[in-house]
Design a protein around this ligand. Structure first.
Ligand SMILES: Nc1ncnc2c1ncn2[C@@H]1O[C@H](COP(=O)(O)OP(=O)(O)OP(=O)(O)O)[C@@H](O)[C@H]1O
Ligand SMILES: [Mg+2]
Length: 281
């Protein structure tokens, strides 16, 4: 199937503000497009990645608010949605996977029930069809024996299994866009690549868009086609993932080269020159 690059999501001059005690702009006029492609959103802690993701889901915590010149998802103007319209969009056309399944899953409900929930909320499928879909979804996120697993509770799952269950919940209604906020940071290193590869494969197979948030640029770059770089609330760079080795922006270059590896063993890692970055603003 040909890949459609017409933007699913258009973000134009999006700002996020904390109103009190004095208005403080936390995300500063960022603009980007996202089509049926895998895009990484990277930046250091506190740079505004999660706030950006939450704004795109209509889930900004009180009292933060957003304003945007344009914020569109397909034909919908996200700046004008009512709460019931957001509820309708979330979990059907846009889905999100959070950082840690330990907190995101409901400890008192079985896995099967939680994966089924979006079908109950957003479709008219009957019980048998729903169960069939839940089993198929659990299998496609790499969880064998879905019947047994459906009866389990979150505390009976490993971290990797929990994250796969969260993916199943996110994808069961075939959304067009998946936003994944540090989906693997609670996992050990070997498991991270496995889960990221799974996300990459599922998103490609389903012709979806992906916004993958991380502070590990080297790792997400392997799974994405494009990279957006945030620094202190601004979007300072955007580039194709394969252009990262020759990135020209100083912050992108630092992020790209500051991770220790076998190749950098024994060498001094670069340090971020914040004064030079401030001068660029
Ligand atoms: N509810 C809130 N009220 C006030 N300030 C907030 C709130 N949430 C986030 N912030 C501030 O907004 C800035 C951006 O936060 P955000 O959570 O988007 O960062 P991030 O890039 O996701 O960082 P991390 O990599 O640590 O997850 C931070 O300075 C943070 O302290
Ligand atoms: Mg965050």
């Amino acid at each position: 199937m040909p890949i459609d690059k017409t933007p699913l999501l258009v973000v134009n001059r999006l700002g996020i503000t904390l109103p009190a005690p004095r208005p403080l702009t936390l995300v500063k006029s960022i603009s980007f497009h996202l089509g049926q492609e895998r895009v990484a959103l990277v930046g250091e802690s506190g740079s505004g990645k999660s706030l950006t993701a939450r704004a795109l889901m209509g889930l900004l915590p009180d009292p933060l608010y957003m304003q945007a010149e344009r914020l569109r998802f397909g034909q919908r103007d996200l700046t004008r949605l009512t709460e019931p319209e957001w509820n309708q969009l979330r979990g059907s056309r846009i889905a999100m996977v959070m950082q840690d399944p330990k907190y995101a899953l409901n400890p008192g409900q079985t896995v099967g029930r939680q994966v089924m929930e979006p079908l109950i909320l957003h479709t008219r499928l009957g019980r048998a069809e729903r169960t069939e879909k839940v089993f198929a979804m659990l299998e496609s996120v790499g969880l064998p024996e879905p019947k047994i697993l459906s009866g389990r509770y979150p505390h009976q799952l490993s971290g990797g299994m929990g994250q796969r269950v969260m993916l199943a919940i996110a994808l069961i209604n075939d959304p067009e866009l998946l936003i994944a906020d540090e989906p693997t940071s609670a996992l050990d290193h070997a498991m991270r690549d496995q889960v990221l590869s799974l996300i990459e494969r599922l998103v490609a197979e389903r012709n979806m868009g992906l916004l993958l948030i991380s502070h590990d640029l080297q790792q997400v770059a392997r799974h994405c086609e494009r990279v957006l770089v945030m620094y202190r609330g601004r979007l300072v760079d955007q580039l194709p993932a394969d252009a990262l080795p020759s990135a020209t922006h100083p912050y992108t270059r630092t992020l790209w080269s500051c991770r220790p590896s076998a190749a950098t063993h024994g060498l001094r890692l670069p340090v971020l020159d914040r004064a030079a970055l401030e001068a660029l603003e």
